[in-house]
Unconditional design. Structure first.
Length: 43
């Protein structure tokens, strides 16, 4: 599984990432809880 963190995420980038197989897209700023939830979801 691939999780992608980005400092400058847009809705278009998120859609493209998911189309390429990314399982979690995490734009900054994010909380620790959001990061952990995204990682758990990707696994």
């Amino acid at each position: 599984p691939v999780a992608m963190m980005t400092a400058h995420g847009s809705a278009r980038q998120e859609q493209e990432a998911f189309a390429r197989g990314v399982r979690a897209f995490i734009p900054k700023p994010f909380t620790e809880e959001e990061l952990l939830a995204a990682v758990e979801q990707a696994l």
